[in-house]
Design a protein around this ligand. Structure first.
Ligand code: 13P
Ligand code: SF4
Length: 321
C-alpha cells in the first residue's frame, strides 16, 4: 500500500502539471501575495507585496491573470489591465480593512475636509479609489506623502496604523480614517516583549499595519517584500516577524541558515488562505471567477493608482496640471 504522504504529493504534482499546461494554453500568469499558502507561492510566476503585484499586473503580456490574494488586489489588476481577464481562484477572499470605509462615509468626510488630499491605501475597494487623489501601499506610503507639500491637508484612508506610522515618521499632521487590519491588530506589544525575552539576539521586523505600540518595539518597519529584503541582507541570524504568518514560507526558503519566530501565532489572514492549488486549476479550466470593475469606476480609480505608480503624474496633479 502506498504511504499517504506519497499519494498526497503525487496528486499535488498532477495538479501542478495540469496548472502548468493550462497556463501555457491560456497564456496565463499566476500572481500570488506573500501571505498565500506556500504551495501557491511556489507555483506562482510572481510572488510579492501589493506594490510589486500591481506593477506586475500593469506590465504583463499575458491574456489572463490568476490573482491569488484578496479582492482589492484583483480589482487593482483589472483596473490597470482592462483588456485582460483577471480571475480569482476564490471570489470570497475579501479584506475586512477594505470594508471599513464606504463611499457614503468617505463622501461625508471629504465634505468636512474639502481641501484635503485623499491618500488611499490600496487595501480599499475600487469605488473608494475612484474618490481618492492618490493611492499608496505599505511599501511606498512614506514616498507618496513626502511628495505632498507640507501646507496641504491630508486625509489618509482606511488604515489608521499605516497612516499613524507615516504621520509619525514624517512629522506630519494627517487626518486618519479609523480602519485597521484585524490580522495585524491581533498582535500585542506584550506578546512581542515575551518573544524578545525568549530570543534576546533576534531583530524584530514589523509591518506598518501593526499597532503603534508594536511598531515602537521594531528594529525595522517595512512592507512584506521589504521585510524579506531586510532579513536577507541583515547579518543577524534570528528574527521576530511582525506580520501575517504566510510570510514565513519565503523567509525560511530564502534564508536556510536563519531562524524566524512569529510575533503572534494568531496573525493569520483567512482570506489570503482561500486560494488553493485545486481552485487555481479549476479557475484556469473553466475561466471562472472573473473580477470585473464597472468602466466608470475603473476610469476614475485608475488615476490615483497611476499617480502612485508614476510620481511625475502625482506631481503634475499636485500642481493642478
Ligand atoms: P503589503 O503587501 O503591502 O506588504 O501589505 C500587506 C497586506 O496586508 C496586504 O493585504
Ligand atoms: Fe486585509 Fe489584513 Fe488580510 Fe491584508 S492581512 S488582506 S489587510 S485582513
Amino acid at each position: 500500500m502506498e504511504a499517504p504522504q506519497e499519494t498526497k504529493s503525487s496528486s499535488a504534482m498532477m495538479v501542478e502539471d495540469r496548472i502548468a499546461r493550462l497556463k501555457q494554453e491560456r497564456n496565463a500568469v499566476i500572481l500570488a501575495h506573500n501571505y498565500t499558502h506556500g504551495d501557491v507561492q511556489d507555483i506562482a510566476d510572481f510572488t510579492g507585496d501589493s506594490l510589486g503585484l500591481s506593477q506586475k499586473a500593469a506590465s504583463t503580456n499575458a491574456d489572463i491573470i490568476v490573482f491569488c490574494g484578496v479582492h482589492f488586489m484583483a480589482e487593482t489588476a483589472a483596473i490597470l489591465s482592462p483588456q485582460k481577464r483577471v480571475l480569482m481562484p476564490d471570489g470570497n477572499a475579501g479584506c475586512p480593512m477594505a470594508n471599513m470605509v464606504t463611499p457614503r462615509e468617505l463622501a461625508e468626510m471629504k465634505a468636512e475636509h474639502p481641501d484635503a488630499i485623499v491618500v488611499t491605501y490600496v487595501n480599499s475597494s475600487a469605488a473608494i479609489k475612484a474618490m481618492s487623489d492618490v493611492c499608496c501601499t505599505s511599501a511606498n506610503a512614506l514616498d507618496i506623502v513626502r511628495c505632498i507639500p507640507e501646507d496641504r491637508k491630508i486625509l489618509f484612508v482606511p488604515d489608521r496604523n499605516l497612516g499613524h506610522y507615516v504621520a509619525r515618521t514624517l512629522n506630519r499632521d494627517i487626518i486618519l480614517w479609523n480602519g485597521f487590519c484585524p490580522t495585524h491588530e491581533r498582535m500585542l506589544p506584550e506578546q512581542v516583549l515575551a518573544i524578545k525575552a525568549e530570543h534576546p539576539d533576534a531583530l524584530f521586523v514589523a509591518h506598518p499595519e501593526c499597532r503603534p505600540q508594536v511598531l515602537d518595539l521594531a528594529d525595522a518597519v517595512a512592507s512584506t517584500t521589504g521585510m524579506l529584503a531586510y532579513c536577507a541582507k541583515s547579518d543577524a541570524r534570528e528574527f521576530i516577524i511582525g506580520t501575517e504568518l504566510g510570510l514565513l514560507h519565503r523567509l525560511k526558503k530564502d534564508n536556510p541558515g536563519k531562524s524566524f519566530y512569529l510575533a503572534s501565532p494568531i496573525a493569520d489572514c483567512p482570506n489570503m488562505k482561500l486560494a488553493t492549488l485545486a481552485k487555481i486549476r479549476w479557475c484556469l479550466e473553466d475561466l471562472s471567477g472573473e473580477v470585473r470593475v464597472a468602466e466608470d469606476i475603473a476610469k476614475q480609480a485608475r488615476k490615483p493608482i497611476e499617480r502612485m505608480l508614476d510620481v511625475t503624474l502625482l506631481e503634475a496633479f499636485l500642481k493642478g496640471e
